[in-house]
Ligand binder design. Structure first.
Ligand code: SF4
Length: 277
């Protein structure tokens, strides 16, 4: 049914986008949604994305990579406790090295799934992942409650993935200061759902430097052909004309993506206030 892999976590360098992170990163990839032999849905809120899943992008296209991920998904659904204990062991080991080297290492537990691993690590391994001081965590999720649950947790940044079914929730979470991601086919607009858009492909940890922002992700793989509404094709957006990029030039004499997070936030808030005035 499955074999126990030597390692569950892969180094971020194995993924083109995660390799752009400016801190060392580990990522857990297991086959998403119902791609396991029990048919358990590992992405409970997956909608059109299931067909257009990012799973088909990048290295996921290769069948040996897919088989390894399906194997891990089967391991998870058939022996959750053992899987979680192995994961906890790997995290503790990585944390030991981070602490020894005096650095922070980023961990993305849901590379291609949507599971509350933080909860499961506490439940099955008695490990509070936030007690590992050398690690910070980030994820994308489609579960609004998960974003709210960890909104004030400084060691875990969750980005809500907008799809064709959850725009109202995306708007609400943006107002609470959470980031949302939008998969876009074509040039990204400057504003979407009333919030400023940043390049979510610049690295995999853009979310750590933003709050209340839209992370634009370029449609890749099968997602380019998506017709479910999961992917926003740029000609469908009717967002108001942007001024943020122009203001960045005017105020700081730099482009938007060259601003520090605090400069960016100050400029963005000022722009919102201007719109209300
Ligand atoms: S929730 Fe994410 S990982 Fe799961 S099917 Fe959708 S895009 Fe893929």
């Amino acid at each position: 049914m499955y074999t126990i892999p030597k390692k569950l976590l892969s180094p971020g360098a194995t993924n083109a986008k995660t390799a752009k992170n400016n801190i060392e990163t580990f990522i857990l990839y297991i086959a998403p949604a119902r791609q396991n032999s029990k048919g358990v849905n590992l992405c409970p809120k997956a909608a059109g994305c299931e067909a257009a899943c990012l799973y088909t992008a990048g290295r996921g296209k290769f069948s040996n990579v897919q088989s390894a991920r399906i194997n891990k998904a089967n391991y998870f659904v058939y022996d959750k406790e053992k899987f979680i204990l192995q994961l906890a062991g790997e995290l503790v080991k990585i944390n030991k090295r981070a602490t020894k080297d005096g650095k922070q290492i980023a961990v993305r537990l849901n590379g291609t799934s949507d599971i509350d691993f933080i909860y499961l690590l506490k439940k099955y391994a008695g490990l509070d992942p936030f007690s590992l001081s050398g690690l910070i965590y980030y994820d994308y999720t489609k579960i609004p409650g998960k974003v709210k649950k960890y909104l004030n947790e400084p060691r875990y940044s969750l980005t809500f993935s907008r799809d064709e079914t959850n725009e109202a929730e995306a708007r609400e979470l943006l107002k609470l200061g959470a980031n949302i991601s939008v998969v876009i086919n074509g040039p990204a607009p400057f504003f979407y759902l009333g919030a400023p858009v940043v390049d979510g492909d610049k690295s995999d940890i853009v979310m750590l430097y933003n709050t209340g922002a839209v992370l634009a992700l370029k449609a890749k793989g099968d997602a380019k052909k998506d017709t479910t509404g999961f992917v926003v094709h740029t000609n469908e957006t009717n967002e108001p004309a942007p001024f943020l990029a122009i203001e960045a030039r005017k105020v700081f004499n730099r482009s938007l993506d060259q601003l520090s997070p605090s400069e960016y936030t100050a400029l963005r808030d000022e722009q919102f206030l201007n719109q209300l005035r």
